[in-house]
Design a protein around this ligand. Structure first.
Ligand SMILES: [Fe+2]
Ligand SMILES: [Fe+2]
Length: 454
């Protein structure tokens, strides 16, 4: 198992930096080995560096010097340079092809962890050929998804016994497996795992299309969304998650450009459970955004797609379902959190924006929407307390759609409450250049309400 572990070397003699990185990686101790080295000039250090998977190197050298050192030492591991400021995006892109990554330092724990997740997945991919039950290779899977697999269990499913130990409890191909599953769920088991390899197969299957017997496209979208939110909650924003979010975005665009689909989801009991809010609200926001964008005549798929993508990812720097539920549905409870947790919530939009800058496939407009995902047109949002004059129209559509869905949850999707709710949100957004968004929003939801009553 030792050889499966990711070998990371921190190249710095600064104790404060060493202990910071060490604490950021403390929850990944079972899957990686962390070492420290002082100087890149030392021959012994160079030998160690050559055997590592990742070198983390805080330095203030020029980009070209770093490139030269990396080439001269003939390294083929990942080099992560920590500097005060990031190079331009285009240069980041070129460097990433060369296996060199830049992160701005100091960095928030959640951003560091998200970046490490991608590297860990990369490492797991390389080791999947000799599939093992190494903790590096195990991924959590939501029970909703396990139940939707159909008659035969398509993968081996594992239970976690301890930090480093998993046992197989469902065997691939077995029938009536849901009964065994329910027995464990009734006993209070909340987490089940599949191997990283199967996790990737499952992701590909979900991209291909529905894999259960119903073949219903809307059901399939919900399934993909649950898997995506499951991925984001358990492993953060990784490249795998972004690929799936991108796929789901195009499906949402195809499905939610008419009010019939909007009516269908307002009536869907699946969405009414507040405990599932963290899995479903992003998806619902994305549907409302797609609808509003089409009514506003933004028929450019690119703009709408960015909105949908931002909606699907917007809370993914918060890694606990309870915190996601609390900050949107019960913000008054946030005062019960300690200072550090409060800060995590307060800055989760800008934090996620910083994480996404590292992913070159993500458009800068998506990043802007996410950064401002808790601002408000009347200046009462957070953390910047900016107002309508500093928010662009796309952000306005997102904010309005998000607020509408949150309020719907708060009234338990009661259609009798929709009128009040729509008017309240209309008043709030009917200012400055957001007026046209507010007007379209009011029209469409009154139309949907009328068809619900009819
Ligand atoms: Fe949020
Ligand atoms: Fe949210």
């Amino acid at each position: 198992m030792g050889s499966d572990k990711l070998k990371i070397i921190v190249l710095s003699n600064d104790n404060a930096i060493r202990s910071k990185i060490s604490s950021y990686l403390s929850n990944k101790k079972s899957i990686l080995e962390l070492e420290f080295a002082d100087s890149i000039e030392d021959i012994e250090v160079i030998k160690t560096l050559k055997q590592s998977d990742i070198i983390i190197w805080p330095n203030d050298k020029a980009i070209q010097d770093i490139r030269d050192i990396y080439k001269m030492m003939n390294l083929n591991c990942r080099l992560i340079c920590c500097q005060k400021e990031l190079p331009e995006r285009k240069i980041l892109e070129e460097l990433s092809i060369e296996n060199i990554k830049f992160i701005s330092f100091p960095i928030k724990a959640v951003e560091f962890s998200s970046m490490m997740q991608d590297l860990i997945e990369d490492h797991a991919n390389k080791h999947d050929k000799n599939e093992s039950e190494s903790p590096c290779n195990m991924y959590p899977i939501q029970t909703n998804l396990l139940h939707s697999w159909g008659k035969y269990c398509p993968f081996n499913v594992f239970l976690k016994i301890s930090e480093c130990k998993y046992i197989k409890f469902l065997i691939e191909g077995s029938d009536e497996y849901t009964e065994i599953l329910d027995k464990y769920i009734n006993k209070g088991v909340k987490e089940f795992f599949i191997t990283h390899n199967d996790y990737l197969i499952l992701k590909e299957k979900l991209i291909e299309g529905p894999f259960n017997s119903s073949g219903d496209p809307t059901q399939h979208l919900k399934q993909v969304n649950v898997f995506l939110q499951n991925m984001l909650l358990s492993t953060g924003v990784s490249s795998e998650a972004i690929e799936l979010a991108d796929h789901l975005s195009s499906q949402v665009l195809r499905n939610f450009d008419e009010d019939t689909s909007l009516k269908a989801f307002l009536l869907d009991p699946m969405f009414e459970d507040n405990n599932q809010f963290c899995y479903n609200h992003a998806y619902l926001v994305s549907a409302v955004c797609a609808q509003l964008a089409s009514l506003l005549g933004w028929n450019s798929q690119t703009i709408t797609r960015k909105l949908v993508m931002a909606s699907l990812l917007h809370d993914s720097s918060l890694d606990y379902p309870e915190v996601i539920i609390m900050h949107d549905l019960y913000p008054e409870k946030l005062k019960e959190l300690d200072r550090e947790e409060k800060d995590l919530v307060k800055y989760h939009g800008p934090t996620l924006a910083n994480i996404l800058i590292q992913h070159i496939s993500i458009d800068t407009d998506v990043i802007t929407i996410i950064k401002n995902s808790h601002e408000s047109p009347d200046g009462t949002g957070y953390p910047l307390k900016t107002n309508v004059s500093n928010l662009n129209l796309q952000t306005g559509v997102f904010l309005l759609a998000h607020e509408f869905i949150v309020e719907l949850y708060k009234v338990n999707f009661d259609s009798k409450e929709v009128d009040n709710l729509v008017l309240k949100i209309f008043e709030k957004y009917n200012r400055g250049h957001f007026e046209k968004i507010a007007k379209e929003f009011k029209n469409i939801f009154f139309k949907v309400r009328d068809s619900l009553v009819a």
